[in-house]
Design a protein around this ligand. Structure first.
Ligand SMILES: NC(=O)c1ccc[n+]([C@@H]2O[C@H](COP(=O)([O-])OP(=O)(O)OC[C@H]3O[C@@H](n4cnc5c(N)ncnc54)[C@H](O)[C@@H]3O)[C@@H](O)[C@H]2O)c1
Length: 278
């Protein structure tokens, strides 16, 4: 139970799977969690009008300041982070649901600077990343030598840009579609690499160019996604984790990730002008 004296007004940008889940949950449980809905924005308005009262709908995103949100949650598209991230951070804490957008080092630098300048926190949700805070601590101590995140899913669960999407037609079995720097993978699979992007942000000494991302298509995985994290430190230190994330066929986002986002939002009460994994 949160401190009820501090109510955080939350603006949600994007009303797809995650946005609708979070808006509904804030309306249902927000009072006991110290959260209230300031606004919801989406590019198309039909679904918003079906599900929300008109006072909660923000028609024009450039007018977000009028709603006085303490925290803005982007669950939309990397383009929105690029176009609005700095503006959001001038006025509110900002949870970036599409951290793959930060593989653009110029954008990452600008958001870090704006957060610092305005004393607002740029929150990165851990999503399906297990052990992100441990990775961050190891990285801060200079003890991280290498980091690999491997995401294995049924081919119907990937949304890939060319040339990767041609590999879908290879048929039954397991195929490594990409193995290399997360920086190079983000533009090819922006919706599938947010967990890897969170890992890169947790390990700034390796960053998007130093963290290895692997995506594997596996027709055996009809009921869950697998996320493996391989951490290597000095003097033989290693940690390997494997997470099975239940997911329906065709689902880009595993069902446990919705709960993980909710848990992340509960942390976003303000942690100063910096990047914070939550
Ligand atoms: N951090 C994580 O672990 C994690 C996990 C799942 C999803 N995500 C990311 O969160 C975002 C939302 O995920 P979702 O599953 O709710 O997606 P979704 O496709 O269900 O919803 C996205 C919404 O944004 C809108 N949209 C799409 N492109 C847009 C654009 N260019 N400009 C404005 N609006 C646009 C769509 O109309 C839709 O309403 C995606 O970027 C996704 O990659 C991150």
């Amino acid at each position: 139970m949160a401190n009820t004296e501090t109510v955080i007004a939350v603006g949600i940008v994007g009303f797809g799977h995650l946005g609708e889940y979070l808006a509904e949950r804030i309306q249902r449980e927000g009072a006991s969690a110290g959260l209230q809905l300031a606004f919801v924005w989406n590019r198309s308005k039909e679904r918003l009008r079906e599900k929300l009262t008109s006072d909660l709908i923000l028609d024009d995103l450039t007018e977000f300041t009028q709603r006085g949100a303490d925290l803005i949650v982007e669950v939309c598209h990397p383009d929105i982070v690029r176009d609005f991230g700095e503006r959001f951070l001038c006025h509110a804490h900002f949870l970036v649901g599409s951290p793959s957008s930060l593989s653009d080092s110029t954008l990452e630098g600008r958001l870090r600077c704006t957060a610092e300048l305005h004393g607002k926190t740029l929150y990165v949700p851990s999503g399906a990343l297990w052990g992100g805070v441990d990775i961050q601590r190891l990285s801060e101590r200079g003890g991280l030598k290498s980091l690999l995140v491997r995401m294995s899913k049924h081919p119907s669960c990937f949304r890939l840009a060319p040339p990767l999407h041609h590999d879908w037609s290879e048929g039954e079995g397991r195929h490594v579609l990409f193995s290399g720097p997360v920086h190079d993978l983000c533009p090819l699979a922006p919706n599938n690499v947010n967990t890897m992007a969170a890992a890169a942000l947790a390990a700034p000494d390796l960053g998007f160019s130093g963290v290895t991302g692997e995506i594997v298509s596996d027709t055996e995985l009809s009921q869950y996604h697998i996320v493996e994290v391989e951490v290597t430190g000095h003097d033989g230190f290693t940690v390997t984790t494997m997470r099975r994330n239940p997911a329906q066929l065709g689902a880009v986002t595993g069902s446990a990730t919705y709960q993980s986002f909710w848990s992340s939002i509960l942390v976003c009460k303000g942690h100063g002008g910096r990047v914070f994994l939550c």
